[in-house]
Design a protein around this ligand. Structure first.
Ligand code: SAH
Length: 213
């Protein structure tokens, strides 16, 4: 669990790369510059950890591309102290970014292996999300709702209605919508019944899977 000067140097290069691709939010860039991404991945990928690419993690899942993490997080406009719900804990990298922004993070993962591994890993490196849950993110976390922000980090064939319902009025949800390819979509809750919807570019995520039980 080492973070060397070499890692730090590569990380600053990565910050430059995502900046060049259009990320402007200084707090998001600072988080990427700070978080030791190589520790969130299998050690066999360590040399590649600061490339702007997705990589395999356990249970056939992926750690998202840093640019994608930055793009989604920038759209979320997280303020310190806000309650943020993440669907798809995965490696915990996006969770760590949200923690760096001062959010109270709630995150759900449906693969038990990842849930367990990431829970102890985040604790070991000193990130303290409010609550990590093992279960189906389609349902959100009604017992902790409403949330200021919701971020979905797997490709949703359709928008989960329960998640929209768990957003505060004025809150934002960022979700990649689509089956093969996803359109990054931002919902802003205007009132109990009204949502503004804005679509951004195309991305490719592992699928958001629904539990049938
Ligand atoms: N945020 C993660 C991205 C991991 S990939 C990271 O930064 O590493 C997406 C994750 O969503 C996978 O771990 C997958 O198991 C999880 N996932 C898929 N469907 C889900 C569901 N219905 N509920 C919760 N997690 C889900």
């Amino acid at each position: 669990m080492k973070d060397t000067y070499r890692h730090q140097g590569k990380r600053q290069q990565l910050v430059k790369t995502v900046k060049k691709k259009g990320i402007t939010d200084a707090k998001v860039l600072a988080a990427i510059g700070k978080i030791p991404r190589h520790l969130f991945m299998d050690s066999s990928f360590e040399d590649h950890a600061y490339q702007d690419k997705a990589f395999p993690i356990a249970a056939d899942q992926t750690i998202s591309q840093p640019y994608t993490v930055a793009f989604q997080t920038q759209l979320l406009e997280v303020e310190k102290g806000e309650k943020v719900l993440e669907i798809g804990t995965g490696s915990g990298y996006q969770t760590a970014v949200l923690c760096e922004l001062g959010a109270k993070v709630y995150s759900i993962e449906r693969q038990r292996e990842l849930y367990k591994k990431t829970k102890s890993f985040l604790q070991n490196i000193g990130y303290r999300p409010k609550y990590l849950s093992f279960g189906d993110g389609y349902k959100g976390l009604p017992e902790y709702a409403p949330f200021d922000k919701i971020i979905v980090t797997a490709g949703a064939p359709e928008v989960p209605k329960d998640l929209l319902g768990q957003l505060k009025v004025g809150g934002r949800m960022v979700i990649p919508v689509g089956s093969d390819v996803q359109t990054m979509t931002l919902f802003i809750r205007k009132s109990a019944k009204e949502f503004d919807k804005t679509e951004f570019g195309s991305f490719r995520f592992v699928p958001l899977l629904e539990d049938k039980n």
